[in-house]
Ligand binder design. Structure first.
Ligand code: SF4
Length: 506
């Protein structure tokens, strides 16, 4: 039977390794499209292996960090798979949940929801989890519920569910410095605050950020926190910049290796700014980082970057030939034929870029933004880096001519291998008091962007699947499922524009 007083858990959309392919996890941000929901869920978030106590062999990185803080502080804490919570009902006193997107209000879930009119899978699974008999039973027994993670803010939009499920505290921000006190209070039966906002002043120092104790999903390890660019729609920007020392990164890679994970996802808001001089990448720390990583994972382990900025890609390559050097000297080989990463385009309009993200193009001027984007896309294409890029529609102060500039930029990006995902503006960061962008706000030029992005992404997704991705024989069923979805998306493309136009005429 159980022995943990503090249980960290989350619904299946996050407690999964997505078949070892992080990108498939994005499917959980949409509702099932063109294939049955069961198959969609299996593609996005299959069950993960657990031990006899229900502890998953891999778990979301943020939860691993909190688990490490609690274990270091001496708590009887563990991450438990949602299907095995019942084993801990007798001992559990605190249940902690961390999530990227509890209610599907984040991008791109909110956009999928808006466009299809159907609740995305992540929301459905989270609600189902909170309504499950085991979670209800835990509440009846007096277990205290603490909700956190990057999507903590979404609880402010779901006050009824907050009350209905008896959530005690929602905590937003980097929690390392404050979580021990909060959990102690919960265990001692003391009164808990409803909402805790951990501001930049309480961000943990490098020394206060612990090394994870057990494996993270797909070998994700953090190499830095914070971002110096200050885009107004982003909450990361409020946090101070900290570089994780190489030794700590190596330790975490080894924790993952010990659990049998062969690859590494380097997590940062901008991998190329690791050890940088402000917003200018420097070769030395990046070469050292990649040398260490490739030595650790060996020739066969996958390597991915969570995010990189387009301006840093252009600068690093043009100034030092650094992107090709990293790719050809360290990353690419006969087993690794691509590097996946996320990048943010957000807009093709220099005017709007200047207003909402004046530092995103640095060290180049915001006026040069479309050129920065195209140059970075060319560099990535030539070096087998495959970006999943985001665009934001409905940013505050957006005018029709800004959207036209985005359309022009999309034309320039046609030749470059990539997936481009348009998202609707969600009020966050310095813009959190602004209005949500919903499908009823769509204008004809937005529809053109949606159609163009879908056409671009389907074209390149087919090429990527045919030449690079999901090649492992054991992934054949996943490949088939993705191909079925692409077929459906291709058919949908023909009717997307007229149906969206009919919708905005109503
Ligand atoms: S570059 Fe990315 S992480 Fe940095 S502030 Fe802008 S949106 Fe946020």
């Amino acid at each position: 039977m159980g022995r943990y007083e503090v249980v960290l858990t989350v619904d299946r959309s996050m407690m999964s390794n997505h078949h070892g392919k992080e990108f498939l996890g994005f499917m959980a941000t949409g509702p099932a499209m063109g294939i049955p929901e069961k198959l969609w869920q299996w593609l996005a978030a299959p069950k993960i292996k657990v031990d006899s106590e229900g502890r998953p062999v891999q778990a979301p990185y943020g939860m691993r960090k909190v688990e490490a803080v609690l274990l270091d502080a001496g708590f009887k804490a563990a991450i438990i798979d949602p299907d095995h919570l019942h084993k801990h009902l007798d001992t559990m006193k605190v249940m902690m949940v961390g999530h990227h997107d509890y209610f599907a209000y984040g991008p791109p879930s909110s956009e999928f929801w808006s466009m299809t009119g159907k609740e995305p899978l992540n929301r459905r699974l989270f609600i189902k989890f909170m309504d499950s008999p085991v979670v209800r039973k835990a509440k009846e027994k007096g277990v205290r519920f603490i909700m956190g993670g990057p999507a903590a803010w979404q609880w402010l939009w779901e006050l009824e569910l907050w009350k209905k499920w008896g959530v005690d505290t929602v905590i937003e921000g980097e929690v390392e410095r404050v979580i021990v006190d909060l959990v102690q209070k919960a265990l001692d039966g003391e009164e808990l605050p409803d909402y805790v906002y951990v501001g930049p002043g309480d961000s943990p120092s490098i020394e206060e950020i612990p090394v994870i104790k057990a494996a993270s999903v797909n070998g994700l390890v953090e190499i830095m926190r914070g971002c110096p660019r200050g885009c107004k729609f982003c909450s990361v920007t409020l946090r101070p910049l900290r570089f994780i020392p190489l030794e700590k990164i190596r330790e975490e890679i080894r924790v993952n290796k010990k659990a049998g994970i062969k690859g590494v996802i380097l997590h940062s808001e901008d991998v190329l700014l690791y050890g940088a001089d402000g917003v200018k990448p420097r070769p030395e720390p990046l070469l050292k980082l990649h040398k260490m990583v490739t030595e650790e994972v060996g020739p066969k382990g996958d390597i991915a970057w969570a995010h990189a900025s387009l301006a840093a890609i252009k600068y690093a390559e043009e100034k030092y030939g650094l992107v090709s050097k990293l790719m050809h000297e360290y990353i690419l080989n006969e087993h690794r034929n691509l590097l996946g990463l996320e990048v943010g385009i957000e807009t093709g309009s220099p005017r709007l870029a200047k207003i909402i993200m004046p530092a995103k193009s640095l060290p180049y001027k915001p006026e040069e933004w479309p050129d920065v984007v195209e140059d970075a896309f060319r560099i990535m294409h030539e070096n087998y880096m495959i970006p999943a890029a985001t665009l934001i529609l409905g940013l505050p102060e957006e005018k029709p001519e800004d959207v036209v500039k985005t359309l022009e930029l999309l034309d320039r990006l046609k030749p470059y291998r990539s997936v481009i995902v348009p998202m609707f503006f969600v009020p966050m960061g310095a813009l959190k008091k602004n209005m949500w962008f919903m499908r009823e706000h769509l204008k004809p030029e937005h529809i053109d962007v949606l159609v163009k992005c879908l056409r671009h992404s389907i074209y390149w997704a087919e090429e990527i699947i045919n030449k690079f991705y999901l090649k492992e024989p054991y992934l054949a069923p996943v490949r088939l499922g993705i191909k079925l979805f692409l077929k459906f998306a291709k058919r949908g493309l023909k009717t997307l524009k007229p149906s969206l136009e009919a919708m905005i005429r109503k």
